[in-house]
Design a binder for this molecule. Structure first.
Ligand SMILES: C[S@@+](CC[C@H](N)C(=O)[O-])C[C@H]1O[C@@H](n2cnc3c(N)ncnc32)[C@H](O)[C@@H]1O
Ligand code: SF4
Length: 375
């Protein structure tokens, strides 16, 4: 089983915190770019060794800016050249201001069966400093309309640990999120990325730098509130009702094979990691003409071991003991480290895996990096 990720590198506006790859000027070359994405899909059709495709994920950027012709063109190309299983999960990232009834119906008609809607915050003032292209009302309306039209697998994205966001306000946001009755919530702690407007604003004192203590408190508040509302935390930042896990993202964490097409998209086949050039013009001009539009690296055993802990410990499935044995098991110092985590209640050992406890999740990055090996 394998997955396909399609990166749509266009956005209406530049959100102040975002350092993903996208461009806000795209009208002059969008047909060339869509054609290049389809060409890449065709060129790489044998890379997955005829494995069946169980998930397709349109991410961005803003996939909801695609028109019907463009989306159909990409979907048709995938169905022509890949073996997609009948109940494949097909996710579309949506910005709320694109979620009009006609668009929602088009996405459904094109085979999209899961929406990931970027609400980000339930406070209008946050959406303003973030430079989002939608209002709060458009966010909640988008979810309700999608539900009314018959989407039964909806996720929303939220960000916590925002400048001046109090714990009381965050709790209110969580309760509003719960009241939307979506199947899945992805909730990320704000990171202040280099070269973003947000970093500039924080450095100039125009926005307060969130404190780490407050971000940890808001993480705990989120885990407790969503758990009480029957959302299972199956990954540090991801919560699902009734086992409606994001199958595509879970396959990243379980290190399943996937190819990523489009500018800046990443691919992984268990051993080789590959990433496309993060430049729209160079991408569409070079795909199929040379091999300068991507780079790749073969992961060493050490890199694979580190990856296993980095991704595995973030999930409820943990790191499988069988995988650890495949790498020759723990070295003496690593075993000692593990024992100290087990004793202090940060990790638990189960019959088939090792995973973090609730307390351990608060220190996930530190714990996983303490198992890292050097080449
Ligand atoms: C790159 S966006 C694409 C989705 C869509 N364009 C949108 O904005 O809703 C994916 C998600 O990453 C999260 N994200 C992006 N930058 C972030 C940052 N600096 N800190 C925390 N979360 C971030 C946001 O929640 C966003 O919805
Ligand atoms: S958060 Fe989403 S809409 Fe905003 S710039 Fe990033 S990708 Fe574009």
């Amino acid at each position: 089983m394998a997955g396909i990720y399609v990166h749509i590198p266009f956005c209406k506006k530049r959100c102040s915190y975002c350092d993903f790859h996208f461009s806000t000027t795209f009208s002059s070359y969008r047909s060339e770019l869509i054609a290049a994405i389809c060409l890449e899909l065709v060129l790489r059709k044998d890379e997955l060794n005829a494995e069946e495709i169980q998930t397709i994920y349109f991410g961005g950027g803003t996939p909801s800016l695609l028109n019907e012709t463009e989306l159909s063109q990409i979907m048709e190309c995938i169905h022509t050249h890949y073996q997609v299983i009948t109940d494949a999960e097909i996710t579309f990232e949506v910005n709320p201001d694109d979620a009009q009834e006609a668009n929602l119906r088009t996405w459904k008609k094109c085979g999209i069966n899961r929406l990931s809607i970027g609400l980000q915050s339930f406070q209008e003032s946050d959406l303003n400093w973030m430079n989002r292209s939608h209002t709060l009302k458009q966010g909640t309306d988008a979810v309700r309309l999608a539900q009314a039209i018959g989407f039964t697998n909806i996720s929303i994205d939220l960000i916590y640990g925002l400048p001046d966001l109090s714990n009381e306000q965050w709790l209110a946001h969580l309760n509003q999120a719960v009241s939307l009755k979506v199947q899945h919530i992805s909730s990320y702690c704000l990171t202040i990325e280099p070269k973003t407007v947000l970093l500039h604003q924080v450095q100039k004192g125009k926005l307060a730098r969130p404190s780490e203590d407050q971000q940890s408190e808001q993480f705990e508040l989120m885990v407790g509130t969503l758990k009480n509302a029957a959302y299972e935390q199956y990954e540090i930042s991801n919560f699902a009702k009734d086992e409606m896990y994001a199958r595509h993202n879970s396959s990243y964490w379980n290190l399943t094979n996937y190819i990523g097409v489009g500018p800046s998209a990443h691919s992984f086949n268990g051993k080789v990691r590959r990433w496309n050039i993060a430049n729209n013009t160079k991408y569409y001009q070079q795909v199929g003409k040379n091999d300068h539009w991507f780079e790749q690296e073969v992961l060493s055993d050490t890199a694979q071991w580190n990856e296993c802990f980095l991704t595995g410990l973030r999930t409820k499935w943990g790191v499988s003991k069988e995988k650890i044995e495949r790498f020759g098991g723990f070295q003496a110092t690593e075993r000692k480290q593990l024992e100290s985590y087990l004793l202090s209640g940060l990790m638990v050992e189960e019959s088939t895996c090792l995973r973090l406890t609730e307390k351990g999740k608060l220190q996930a990055d530190g714990i996983s990096s303490s198992f890292f090996r050097l080449d």
